[in-house]
Ligand binder design. Sequence first.
Ligand code: XMP
Length: 304
Amino acid sequence: MVMNVERFIEDAIAEIQREVKGKAIIGLSGGVDSSVCAKLAHMALGDRLVPVYVDSGLMRQFESERIEELFKDISLVRVDAEDRFLDMLKGVTDPEAKRKIVGETFIRIFEQEARKIGADTLIQGTIYPDRIESEGGIKAHHNVGGLPSRIEFARIVEPLRDLYKDEVREVARGLGLPVEISERMPYPGPGLAVRIVGDVTKEKLAIIRKANAIVEEEVVKFAPWQAFAAILGMATGVKGDNRVYGWVVAVRSVSSRDAMTADVMELPWEVLRLISSRITGEIPSVTRVVYDLTPKPPGTIEFE
Ligand code: XMP
């Protein structure tokens, strides 16, 4: 679809100004959706907008430093909440329960920050496929179906609610955001929590953060829709002279237009071998690496 980017930007700014009378909070994750939304909201509200970056402990490697650098011109509130998220997620294995816990914890932190500055509005970068998959019961997107039923905000404003991801990228380019943001792979709100099958622990997070960084480094040049690693469980292997029981890491790389369906990317064999040897070599507790050959459907893009 060809969209009129300038017109969209004007309309979105007008809508935000119409809806928000006082102060507003926006949760910034560094992904394209929340970055575009933050930029539009900043243009609409100036200092009445307070962008909040929550370090949930579920973020990618160097994410916090990267976001602070990228948004140094807009004064950003950073909340370090890793322990809080890990406490809430302790022992939880059901994927939807994990999403809801992450969604609720984010909201409670946004409410807490909003109370401090007297903001009554939450601005979110929810896009069309997030709404469709949540409303259709496919999954609770942490920022849609995962919203708790009781929230303190008087209103939630979602200026990107009718856009597909490729349209959000067009708006990002139109706003002059850095390529690093406009072309960035999508990353799920619940972060690494949906890339760990089963309960979330600090140990697994450290492993999967490292494995994700390796996959991104090796696959980004093929311009996948998304490429990442996930922890599936444990299996036996041999390291040095010993049989060891270690983690099984799945590598996933897909092409897609809108994330509603996806195809497996055909990566060169030597790239897959390199990823496998880097992951088992650089992360001692991983004994096996597998490549996921499932399209969506019947698989989903993430593992949970
Ligand atoms: P699935 O795994 O359902 O994912 O095929 C489709 C797209 O959505 C992303 N994703 C999420 N994004 N909150 C988000 O903000 C979520 O709960 C969530 N779950 C999946 C996923 O990365 C993919 O791009």
